[in-house]
Design a protein around this ligand. Structure first.
Ligand code: FES
Length: 152
């Protein structure tokens, strides 16, 4: 973890303790997850209890508390995507990356996650990679989609 980068994110909020959520979002954007050491540093620098920072981080599902790969492959498993073939698409992604949902590839290039509906059901089955939407995805398109991110 780059301590100088971390401090510069926190210092950017001038010690404003009401900005904890925004600080945690920025830290996650930088490191792709919320390292415990970073949360401790936020608490220290803002002079608030660590328990308050960690409670916020665990309450919001958008925060990842464990290391994640550079590319986050998020497969929607909501009802609409499910009936349109999301389980088969997920299986194909797992086969291609040789990991299961919730895991990282050994080189930390990819992480597979699932979500329940992101409100774009007409695009199902939907896979989101680093915020890019890949809608109406078929199993035969999976490898080509992942190849777009390989080596980046
Ligand atoms: S079920 Fe996948 S976007 Fe709604």
């Amino acid at each position: 973890m780059d301590a100088a980068k971390l401090d510069s994110i926190i210092d950017g909020y001038n010690g404003d303790e009401t900005a904890i959520l925004a600080i945690l979002q920025d830290i996650q954007a930088e490191f792709n997850y919320l390292p415990k050491e970073a949360m401790k540093r936020v608490a220290e620098k803002l002079n608030v209890p660590f328990s308050r920072v960690s409670a916020l981080a665990t309450f919001f599902a958008a925060f990842a508390l464990n290391p994640r790969g550079k590319h986050i492959v998020t497969v929607c498993m909501g009802t609409a995507c499910h009936v349109r073939g999301a389980p088969r698409v997920l299986e194909e992604i797992e086969r291609d990356l040789k990991i299961k949902s919730g895991e990282n590839t050994p080189d930390m290039a990819f992480t597979i996650e699932t979500v329940n509906c992101v409100g774009a059901c007409a695009l199902g089955p939907l896979v989101i990679v680093n915020g890019n939407y890949h809608g109406n995805l078929t199993t035969s398109e999976v490898t080509g989609m992942i190849d777009q991110y390989r080596g980046q």
